[in-house]
Design a protein around this ligand. Sequence first.
Ligand SMILES: *Cc1c(COP(=O)(O)O)cnc(C)c1O
Length: 418
Amino acid sequence: MAKIPFITKQKAQEIIAEYPTPFHIYDEKGIRENARRLKEAFSWNKGFKEYFAVKATPTPAILNILKEEGCGTDCSSYAELLMSQKCGFENPDIMFSSNDTPEEEFAFAAKVGAIINLDDITHIDMLERVCGIPETICCRYNPGGTFSVSTDIMDNPGDAKYGMTKQQMKQAFLRLKELGAKEFGIHSFLASNTVSNEYYPTLARILFNLAAELKEETGVHIGFINLSGGVGVPYTPDKEPNDIMVIGQGVKEAFEEILVPAGMGDVKIFTELGRFMLAPYGHLVTKVIHEKHIHKEYVGVDACAANLMRPAMYGAYHHITVLGKEDLPCDHTYDVTGSLCENNDKFAIDRKLPEIDIGDILVIHDTGAHGFSMGYNYNGRLRSAELLLREDGAVVMIRRPETVEDYFATLDGFWDIK
Ligand SMILES: *Cc1c(COP(=O)(O)O)cnc(C)c1O
């Protein structure tokens, strides 16, 4: 399956006339339709809610759109909590799923009315000291070992820093109950970017069985189960995307098989998806500024890893479309590079593409999540603007590009130190 950009070359040229490259652009229509599909897929569960993982795309205009679609936010830092609050999210629409949490962030989370998801049993005492134990509380579970779907090992929870062991979950629930908690949640995140309709149903089975066991052993009321993030997107064009309807049905079957017979049919299902909500609905748009012919063929673009770190950090594949050359044969092989003085600053390595000319506009696909947000300032490179393609075709800026003054702002008053 070819990946088709949500903007044409002509549209890109119009946009660039007003907003120079590089920029990230998001597709409002795609975001809304996808959010509605997710809601529909879980509509069998009365209390279902998606808490969008803010770290994926921490931009108010995006959060506002998702808010209109009925989503809350999932935060893990002070800044994300504050952004959620500024966007008008309030209890019970903010989840605080942090780890290695500073004391003052628990206090702030309590202040903004976030549901607190404890990553560790030792956090109970800290929370009690800092802001008291709230009536509604969640604990994060880590089963250890490896996590498999059918016979495929998908990830390695035994190596992950997150969550509590089963024994600790039980102790934590008993202690929290003693300290006044009334409504309990269970959370777990066992595999990232899964392209499989089986991930959520498999995870759900594990958590539903745990919930039934914990209810039995501790007598607490389990109000919700948070399947967290991890439903992925196909970055390569050969992969089939997840079918969220099938995923929703798979979780429903597990729910009816395990929770309903345990007298827990009132449990609400929560999700904290980031990538699935946004990745396909964002493009990084960049212009070719150089061609270089040495031991390999290079094309240099005006974006760099500071605008999209995933290829440099994980060797991640991001599909590239050369706008206006969609129908030409991919009979050239290029490394597509940014300008950082780091040889891993490559958006693509040995990529088959149509013949590229200076001035061509490239769309780098699936950058809507963990794209802009992972940006950084190495080599004095600045973060780009973020734009939004409205449903009516209008384009608005939703974050201005960084300026060198922004970059120097933390040096105010320090220039003369010798
Ligand atoms: C990162 C993260 C998410 C979102 O993950 P995606 O892979 O973007 O779906 C959800 N919950 C927690 C706690 C996270 O750390």
